[in-house]
Design a protein around this ligand. Structure first.
Ligand code: SAH
Length: 465
């Protein structure tokens, strides 16, 4: 099987630097399943082509494996040596590792420059219908040419094979192109040659970091990449959904006037922040706690509003606090602004004097991350000891989960959720807590409010009696 990469960016021979492979030499590499060869059939200043040829050894591959299977011949007679599959991805990462990682010691400026590239794959097995190739590559900005091969040219009556020659053309960095191929080639084939575990999930999210969350086929890609393992699939999807959400927050800042932005349906994340802010504003609070502030999405909105003159974000995760610090660019804010905000490391299950004497507190999507005994400790920390006048608290409404196609029945939205409550469960808990600590509580839906299952997020607003 052959992967052919061509550029017409002048001087085209720079492709050699980007791939870390000298255009004048044929180089061969031993891999666990055979050999890979890299060579350049064409090198000029206007056009340069590099080939990665894989020579899979079907006999070597099964040597030493458990032979206790019925169809032994299948070990030896199969399409693996001839098609681009997960072997090709392994070869890309081993032979073109630096290029895939976007590293180029000698010419670092080349790595970040998008250049005209085309990649031809001979041959790609595609399980998933005629237009699947287009559906996966086109959203990434490629022009796609796919030619399907007949099963046997001598016997056209046998019909078409699942094998295609595919050429993608686009203006990309080489690292982008390679990461797209690395992830997607095994997705077409849907038949990975090795065990898939947590490590694969991390690889998928790392290699897909810049593009997977926004890809319209992300579910199908993720499901196949992770070999249909539902636990891994779910975790990947919830992380991708979070990523997409936070990207929307980044671009949706309300500067007004842009019709595109105005008409785009608001993401749940943005609606939730809006609802929480509205409650905090109307409470008249001047000093506010954001408990379990995470990466600081709410803090960023709070700091824009001069009503709030003392804002504290607290979280148990140092990593989240570091991200919040970067995201808020605290070091670049004018001193008077920066003084209004403090980030604190701490846990809500311990009484903490630093949290006393605030007008209001927000707990946005936090309680569902705590085991029930810890939740009881959090109740005391927040409602008994910190005791702000207003507490606004949000949590997922489990009833709404059926509305998300990507979420298998009975599963939570995030792998770290310890529980997700129905509206009745949440209200029962909130009423008990309110009564115990002398608060009143009212409930508001956040997001589209369905007649039967309610809204995706539920919010409780507690006020000191
Ligand atoms: N409020 C943020 C983050 C929600 S995720 C947002 O809406 O984006 C839940 C957050 O709660 C995480 O950042 C997690 O680190 C934090 N958290 C979990 N247990 C906690 C505890 N015991 N004390 C403080 N923070 C906690």
């Amino acid at each position: 099987m052959l992967l052919t990469i061509t550029t017409t960016q002048h001087p085209a021979a720079d492709l050699g630097y980007l791939l870390h492979k000298h255009p004048d030499r044929l180089q061969s590499f031993d891999l666990s399943f055979g050999k890979a060869h890299v060579f350049y059939p064409e090198v000029s200043q206007d056009r340069c082509t590099a080939c990665l040829l894989l020579d899979v050894d079907p006999v070597g591959m099964v040597r030493g494996k458990n032979r206790n299977q019925n169809f032994l011949l299948g070990h030896y007679v199969n399409d693996r040596p001839y098609v681009a599959s997960s072997f090709m991805s392994v070869a890309i990462s081993q032979v073109f590792g630096s290029a895939l990682g976007g590293r180029c010691k000698d010419r670092p400026e080349l790595v970040t420059t998008p250049i005209p590239l085309s990649a031809r794959i001979d041959v790609l097995p595609v399980r998933g219908g005629e237009d699947f190739v287009q559906r996966l590559f086109e959203p990434l900005g490629y022009t796609v040419e796919a030619t399907r091969h007949p099963l046997d040219e001598q016997f056209p009556q046998w019909g078409e094979s699942p094998y295609f020659s595919v050429t993608n053309t686009g203006v990309k960095t080489l690292a982008e192109l390679l990461s797209h191929l690395y992830v997607l080639i095994p997705v077409f084939d849907n038949n990975k040659h090795y065990y898939v575990g947590n490590e694969e999930l991390e690889k998928l999210l790392a290699k897909g970091a810049d593009w997977l969350a926004g890809h319209p086929e992300k579910e199908q890609i993720t499901r196949r990449y992770l070999k249909h393992q539902s636990g891994l699939f779910q975790e990947a999807m919830s992380r991708l959904i979070e990523e997409e959400d936070s990207e929307t927050v980044d671009t949706d800042s309300p500067n007004g006037g842009d019709e595109d932005v105005m008409e785009r349906p608001l993401s749940l994340n943005v609606q939730r922040l809006g609802a929480v802010l509205a409650v905090l504003r109307s409470s008249g609070a001047r000093t506010v706690l954001d408990l379990g502030c995470g990466e600081g999405k709410l803090l960023r909105e709070l700091i824009k509003d001069i009503q709030f003159d003392q804002i504290v974000g607290l979280d148990v995760s140092m990593r989240s606090l570091e991200k919040a610090q970067q995201r808020l660019r605290l070091d670049r804010l004018p001193q008077r602004q920066a003084e209004r905000l403090t980030l604190m490391h701490g846990s809500l299950i311990y009484r903490d004097k630093r949290l006393h004497d605030f007008d209001a507190a927000a707990l946005v999507e936090v309680i569902e991350h705590l085991d029930p005994p810890r939740l009881a400790a959090l109740e005391r920390t927040v409602f008994e000891f910190a005791r702000p006048g207003t507490i606004v608290l949000t949590t997922p409404n489990r009833e709404y989960n059926v509305m998300w196609e990507s979420l298998p029945a009975g599963k939570f939205r995030h792998a770290d959720h310890r529980f997700e409550w129905t509206r009745q469960e949440f209200q029962a808990w909130a009423n008990t807590v309110a009564e115990r600590y002398g608060y009143t509580v009212r409930f508001l839906p956040v997001g589209p409010d369905d007649d039967i299952v309610g809204s995706p997020t539920q919010m409780g607003v507690f006020e000191l009696e």
